[in-house]
Write a protein that binds this ligand. Structure first.
Ligand SMILES: Nc1ncnc2c1ncn2[C@@H]1O[C@H](COP(=O)(O)OP(=O)(O)OP(=O)(O)O)[C@@H](O)[C@H]1O
Ligand SMILES: [Mg+2]
Length: 335
């Protein structure tokens, strides 16, 4: 049942917004004017208790537990929160360790071969915690201006257009920098300061503005190599990361491909028409691919020939799920 405002008789389940908008007062002043008058209805109070909603310095938050780690999350997904992928398969213990690091505000580096799920792991954890993600790829010409911002003219006025990093820091997002091992050394240098424990960012470009990290800001990076350059020749554009840069990561996680049974499960989640046996075979064949064996196969290599025979003529990479989806779109190819 709704309650009534003690000042004007308006009916509502909660009076916070009504008091602010109509009477221009907060709950404290209302309490002085109408002592003992409730601010929320019994129904809403019950819902709040059940949904584990709590008041915090940043307003109402929800207590959410994910793989045994507790977070205070936004109640509803806001801007830049990734969509939940219901088919995503988590490795529980690994996810728990990453979540603990996120909770502890550690700077994280996830290292592993292409397609093993580094970027999507962060996105899918964030999706379940209503945590916004600002995602950017470090390789392929990321500049200091992209990352930090630059002066620009908007509607005839010169304004500072904040880059990915200060934007994530201000809004309390996870800044996910992919392919950090492809970053230009000069750009890497510009994020050194943020990687300190309570790292603030000084934007010299904007008159030395100091950006304080929001309570929920996190920095997560991903890479295919451990910063020593690429010895396999499989990844283009990999640079050797400076030791001082690597040392700033409190958590370095090495990630590899899922155990075969889980990977077969991913295929069947995404493509329910794929039989168990076919899913397992696809995972087995994927094991021959150079990104999985860690060595480059010359074109006459038997494993690669097998792989090419099985791969439909679409840009599928090495992922068995893409082969399965590809073969359904390619006439004449069969498994
Ligand atoms: N655990 C998983 N469950 C479901 N899908 C997955 C899983 N891991 C990876 N994928 C799928 O594989 C694809 C590649 O994953 P992702 O981009 O996260 O890999 P990555 O390790 O970041 O690769 P890269 O090094 O190339 O950036 C995505 O489409 C993702 O949905
Ligand atoms: Mg990635």
């Amino acid at each position: 049942m709704e309650i009534y405002c003690g000042l004007c008789g308006e009916k509502s389940h909660q009076l916070f917004s009504h008091l602010r908008e109509v009477h221009e007062m907060g709950p404290d002043r209302y309490g002085e004017r109408c002592p003992d008058a409730p601010l929320v209805s019994e129904d809403l109070a019950g819902y709040i208790r059940e949904s584990r909603i709590v008041a915090s310095d940043e307003g109402l938050k929800k207590q959410t537990e994910l793989y045994g780690v507790e977070f205070l999350t936004d109640i509803l997904p806001g801007e830049l929160v990734p969509d939940v992928d219901e088919d995503y398969v988590f490795q529980e213990e690994f996810s728990r360790q990453v979540l603990i690091s996120l909770k502890e505000k550690e700077k994280i580096l996830l290292v592993g071969p292409t397609g093993c799920g580094k970027s999507t792991l962060i996105e899918q954890l964030a999706a379940r915690l209503n945590w916004p993600v600002v995602r950017v790829a470090a390789s392929g010409g990321l500049t200091e201006s992209d990352l930090l911002g630059e002066w620009t003219v908007r509607d005839g006025e010169t304004v500072y257009n904040y880059g990915f990093l200060p934007r994530a820091m201000k809004m309390g997002a996870i800044c996910l920098i992919d392919e950090i091992d492809g970053i230009e050394p000069s750009v890497a240098f510009s994020i050194h300061q943020v990687m300190e424990a309570r790292g603030k960012l000084v934007l010299l470009q904007n008159g030395g503005e100091i950006i304080e990290p929001h309570e929920s800001f996190r920095l997560v990076t991903t890479a295919n190599s451990l910063g020593h350059g690429d010895e396999t020749g499989l990844y283009a554009g990999i640079k050797v990361l400076n030791a001082a840069f690597l040392d700033r990561f409190a958590s370095v996680f090495e990630m590899s491909y899922m155990p075969p049974l889980l990977e077969a499960q991913i295929i069947r989640n995404r493509a329910p028409s794929c039989t168990k046996a076919l899913a397992r075979t696809l995972v087995k064949v994927a094991g021959f691919h150079p990104t999985r064996t860690g060595r480059f196969c010359p074109p006459h290599d038997k494993a690669l020939l097998t792989f090419q025979f099985l791969t439909p003529p679409v840009p599928c990479g090495h992922q068995p799920i893409l082969w399965y989806e590809g073969q359904n779109t390619c006439q004449g190819s069969s498994f």
